[in-house]
Design a protein around this ligand. Structure first.
Ligand SMILES: [Mn+2]
Length: 300
């Protein structure tokens, strides 16, 4: 029996490769997301149940999961950090690569790496987030050294290079961002505004491509479940809705990569890193659902 969900040291043989990007230089409010990946990996190593009750099996017996941390990120400027993420993600050969942030700007490194192998026009980024992240740059809150690699601009950068966008849980944005998402047909924004929550089927059907990349900013989920994050906003996605939504997206679409970002651990509360680790494990298992169900059949 494996001692941890991260059960191989060799990313070359892994079915899923988790890459940590502990970086928070452009964060706008509460810093600390650089500490996120380590805490999430700790939860994967010691807290998450191997047994996936959805499939009735210990998936760690059938799925190899590796973990690598990108070294030296803390001292890098935003453009250097971005390049380091692109390099590491480009070199990953696992069928599924998942990035752990770090601030949301890290996702653009994974997306740039993906854009080298695939046409971004064929891929929808399925983004769970309180924020649109569609700013041109961070000059509205950083007048000393604005950067286009800011976490608040990450989805604008991704959209500019051709990716389609479906955004869920959005509830804080600027006029600039509203104007931006209103002017493109290939951006669909589901707002959380106290009105009726859209059905999971409706959200999934808004994804118009077969291929999907999932980007989860944990602040999209309600801070009652995920309090440890850089820019929390009240009134987000409910926990079980989130898990079901992700499961449906991965079942219906072809997952080409994922990230979980903006975990910023707070003292005396481990909900955020624990929840993020559970989300990571669930996504990997859903990706390998067919394999797990076949293995389960043979056990009988
Ligand atoms: Mn956000």
């Amino acid at each position: 029996m494996p001692q941890s969900i991260i059960n191989t040291k060799d990313p070359k043989v892994a079915d899923a490769h988790i890459i940590s990007a502990p970086y928070d230089a452009t964060a706008s409010f509460h810093k600390g997301t650089a500490l996120g990946p380590k805490k999430v990996v700790e939860c994967l190593n010691t807290q998450i149940e191997f047994w996936d009750k959805r499939y009735g099996i210990e998936s760690t017996d059938y799925i190899k999961i590796a973990h690598t941390e990108i070294p030296g990120l803390a001292k890098m400027a935003p453009d250097e950090a971005h390049a380091a993420v692109v390099k590491m993600c480009s070199e990953s050969v696992a069928p599924l690569t998942l990035l752990l942030g770090g601030e949301h700007s890290m996702s653009f490194g994974a997306l740039k790496a993906l854009a080298k192998k695939e046409n971004p026009k064929d891929i929808t980024i399925f983004q769970i987030d309180a924020h649109c992240d569609l700013r041109k740059d961070d000059s509205d809150y950083n007048d000393t050294d604005p950067t286009e690699y800011a976490h608040s601009a990450v989805m604008r950068r991704a959209h500019e290079i051709g990716f389609n966008l479906v955004q869920v849980g959005i509830r804080a944005y600027s006029k600039e961002e509203s104007d931006y998402f209103s002017s493109f047909k290939n951006i669909k924004t589901f707002e959380w505004n106290g009105e009726k929550i859209p059905s999971i089927a409706k959200v999934v059907s808004a994804i118009n491509t077969k291929k999907v990349y999932i980007s989860i900013d944990v602040d999209g989920i309600d801070p009652a479940y995920m309090p440890g994050t850089g820019t929390p906003v009240q009134g987000g996605l409910e926990w079980w809705y989130t898990l079901k939504l992700l499961e449906k997206v991965i079942e219906k679409k072809t997952l080409v990569g994922a990230d979980v970002v903006e975990v910023s651990p707070v003292s005396d509360n481990v909900l955020t890193e624990y929840g993020a680790a559970q989300i990571v494990y669930n996504m990997i298992n859903t990706f390998y659902k067919k394999r797990l169900l076949e293995a389960k059949k043979k056990l009988k």
